[in-house]
Design a protein around this ligand. Structure first.
Ligand code: NAD
Ligand code: GLY
Length: 383
């Protein structure tokens, strides 16, 4: 059977948007798809050419992003679909749950959408993860397109097909691997991003340095003022390089049998912070930034990296405008609370927590760690 979104479709997209976009291909055989990165993409009908044929499209967005960009997207989709519906979700990580997910199914069913309907996720990682999960499960699977509008979503969450929702006991605990048909990173939309959200996105940008590309880490360090100043060419390079690295990792381990877990550097501590503080109190990127410093500290305590590298990573995280002092989750048994939350991590095996560590800069490894060392890291980070 021919692929619905083959590399030749990626090539056609490249031609259609050649003046305004560059392209990164996620190579997954029949499920390969392009990431278009550039300016003016959201409002350009050519960006959305050659997607699976359908009568209807559903734009999924939220109360913050919808008023800014839903009309432009709707106009761009007009020549491709006879009917375009929109559902506007409440905004924020606290709403990444079953109740909000159900609003997407309500909209699909109330509008008599069929199994060809294409979903468009217009928003940050929260909208993207929930739309992807809805697409994976509505009528057992409909096509979807990621139109990420935060830096974090453009460099990470929109790429690679992890979709899902949170459970009160654990982050992203319910979901599916389900690849989009296309990812559209319009760099112009980053101009309206609040500075705190830009910093949160920079945490995931920084992440790719220590796990995969030390030259990129040097570049990030030098370009940090430009990145924080929303410099268009610096952001364009950051989005492209992150997507290239993520494309390579996902292509070699789509369902996280092994290698892909390196993308979770900092996330074991980070997810505990997010769940322990209550979703939304710390932004995902803030928790990941702090978590990366904790994971680097743990690596140092195991003798895997030197103190100078940990200090450097901490400086870069601070320079991105991110917190490095971890929150106290429980006044009576803080380390116990962190450990209990981390035992729910998806990488844990038979209750044993598996950490992504650095066996030297640029060399991620996954392994369990003596509890006393983890307790020491938590105590130091919270002091
Ligand atoms: P988010 O989706 O909550 O967006 C952050 C805030 O910015 C929201 O208030 C949003 O409405 C607003 N916003 C979005 N685009 C805007 C724009 N252009 N202008 C102004 N405001 C805008 O958060 P996020 O940081 O984008 O994503 C975090 C989520 O992504 C978490 O739930 C995390 O678990 C998930 N994530 C998933 C993956 C994955 O592989 N699927 C990877 C990393 C993170
Ligand atoms: N953000 C982690 C992953 O996509 O695997």
């Amino acid at each position: 059977m021919p692929s619905l979104e083959s590399p030749s479709v990626a090539a056609q997209l490249a031609v259609a948007t050649k003046d305004t976009a560059s392209h990164v291909l996620i190579e997954l055989g029949q499920r390969s798809y392009p990431i278009a990165i550039g300016s003016g993409l959201l409002a350009n009908p050519a960006t959305f050419a050659n997607l699976p044929k359908a009568d209807a499209a559903l734009i999924v967005t939220n109360t913050c992003v919808g008023p800014l960009y839903a009309q432009a997207l709707q106009n761009a989709l007009q020549s491709h679909y006879r009917q375009i519906h929109t559902v506007v979700l409440p905004d924020g990580e606290t709403h990444k749950n079953w109740q909000t997910l159900n609003l997407i199914f309500d909209a699909l069913l109330e509008n008599a959408c069929d199994r060809k309907t294409v979903l468009f996720a217009l928003g940050g990682g929260v909208v993207g993860d929930m739309t992807g999960f809805a697409a994976a499960s509505f009528m057992r699977g409909v096509p979807f397109v990621q139109v990420p509008t935060t830096l974090l979503a453009q460099v990470d969450s929109s790429v690679g097909g992890k979709t899902g929702i949170n459970h009160p006991l654990g982050k992203n605990m319910v979901g599916a691997f389900y690849q989009p048909h296309r990812v559209v990173c319009d760099l112009d939309v980053l101009k309206t991003l609040p500075a705190r959200e830009l910093s949160a996105g920079l945490a995931e940008v920084i992440k790719y340095g220590p796990i995969a590309d030390l030259a990129f880490l040097d570049w990030i360090e030098q370009q940090m003022p430009a990145l924080r100043n929303f410099d268009a060419s610096a952001l364009a390079y950051a989005v492209r390089r992150c997507c290239e690295i993520k494309a390579q990792v996902v292509a070699s381990d789509e369902r996280e049998a092994g290698l892909r877990a390196i993308l979770n550097f900092g996330h074991t501590f980070g997810h505990a912070i997010e769940a322990g503080m209550g979703y939304g109190a710390w932004l995902h990127g803030e928790a990941v930034g702090c978590g990366m410093v904790m994971a680097a500290d743990l690596s140092q305590r195991l003798g895997l990296v030197d103190a100078a590298f940990v200090a450097r990573l901490r400086r870069i995280v601070v320079a991105a405008g991110l917190p490095v002092k971890a929150p106290v989750l429980d006044a009576h048994d803080n380390a116990g609370r962190y450990l209990a939350l981390m035992q729910l991590d998806k990488k844990a095996q038979a209750g044993e927590i598996i950490f992504v560590l650095l066996d030297g800069p640029g060399k991620p490894v996954m392994r369990p760690v003596p509890e006393a060392l983890v307790r020491a890291v938590i105590a130091a980070a919270c002091a």
